[in-house]
Design a protein around this ligand. Sequence first.
Ligand code: SAH
Length: 240
Amino acid sequence: MPFRASLVTLYPEMFPGPLAVSLAGRALQRGDWSLETTPLREFGEGRHRMVDDTPAGGSAGMVLRADVLARAIDAASPEGDTRPRLLMSPRGRPLTQRFVRELSQGGGAVIVCGRFEGVDERVIEGRGLTEISIGDYILSGGEMAALVLLDAVVRLLPGVMGNAASGDAESFETGLLEHPHYTRPAVWEGRSIPAVLTSGDHGAVERWRRAEAERITADRRPDLLSRRPALPSGAGSRGN
Ligand code: SAH
């Protein structure tokens, strides 16, 4: 069964948005994955279809109502739906490549996009939402965060990336940031490509890439080195 994404959002017109182009867009057209939106507005209260209200306890801003949001979630994800239910949220578990890969191996996801100050806490508990953050900054809504998450997932779906192997060597899959890349021209503004890359010595190229990846990771993200997964066998020595 192809990956099925269901978005609960006040702004359905933001989807598929950028996911309609390039790899993800072609995969969407082929039916390698699908996307549907549940417009929150349709589940609003009263003649004006109100979806939000003032925060209990007082403070600035508005909060998405539990009853309205729950009706929309139930429409998007009826009982028996086994897909994970996610809420895009700056308080959430940080999005990682590991989680992205896990999601890509499942049947899809129900993704709730917050707005305003966020959502009534009771709906998070009552509908078993897992909060996911895409980084330590505040967006104006969960839609862009959902697009980021889906972009990362869709490129891993079977048949989506032309060269499946190119998915494996990338930053984070190995626990290291990626080595630098070069292509033509051989000399650009007086800068040449490192000689080892044009030497034809594949072993030397591999060693150089690994050393560069380790150097860059140690320099920019030393935190990644302490959380590295075990090396696959035959991947060479890592010097510790
Ligand atoms: N008052 C909240 C921020 C609300 S931002 C707070 O201080 O934590 C409005 C909505 O944008 C959120 O409900 C969430 O759905 C989305 N959002 C904002 N930043 C996000 C992030 N870093 N990751 C994922 N979703 C985010």
